[in-house]
Design a protein around this ligand. Structure first.
Ligand code: S3P
Length: 177
């Protein structure tokens, strides 16, 4: 078994907020790889990056992803880089979960990730860093996802409804995205 729905996408796309709402609607558990890393390591993401470096963070993230993919009846949100490695992409595809990419533009995201200390990869020039990561990762998000939802200028309720409908249709064997 695997999570029911997995949310992927860049920093600031709303994976955690949307995921919590979907989980509430379904009456099941919400999981988030970043939160799992924080609770397991007892440290904030930024502390791990600063003290141990990105490579150490990615190792932890890989272990957490493996654990999270084994849990069923959950809605799982992934950190923006958690689906990037080839191994992660294969594991996600093999999981059988409904994988949804939350697609957002730089103009919409910039107010959300602007000066957030909790996002070490955006330190320095957040907008430019975000766009650079997106240029590399957008093809991966598109390639791994079963469904893409555009989140620009949309309410959380609207996004949650669209994902719920897409999930139900997929259960009936109808591809719609
Ligand atoms: C990262 C995204 C972050 C967090 C870490 C690295 C990334 O998660 O995992 O700062 O590589 O894009 P969110 O996407 O939940 O902000």
């Amino acid at each position: 078994m695997a999570p029911r729905i997995i949310l992927i996408g860049p920093m600031g796309s709303g994976k955690t907020t949307v995921g919590k709402h979907i989980a509430m609607d379904f009456g099941i558990t919400f999981r988030d790889t970043d939160e799992m890393i924080v609770s397991q390591s007892g440290r904030e993401i930024s502390e791990i990056f600063i003290e141990d470096g990105e490579e150490a963070f990615r190792k932890l993230e890989k272990i957490i992803l493996r654990t999270a993919l084994l849990e069923d009846e959950t809605i799982l949100a992934l950190g923006g880089g958690a689906c990037v490695s080839i191994d992660a992409q294969s594991a996600l595809r093999a999981s059988g979960a409904f994988i949804v990419y939350l697609k957002i533009s730089l103009s919409q995201v910039s107010s959300r990730v602007g000066f957030n200390q909790g996002r070490p990869l955006l330190m320095g020039n957040p907008r430019q860093q975000w766009q650079t990561l997106m240029n590399e990762r957008a093809p991966i998000y598109e390639g791994v996802a079963n469904y893409v939802v555009e989140v620009d200028n949309r309410s959380v309720a609207d996004i949650v409804t669209e994902i719920g409908i897409a999930y139900e249709l997929r259960g009936k064997g109808i591809e719609n995205g």
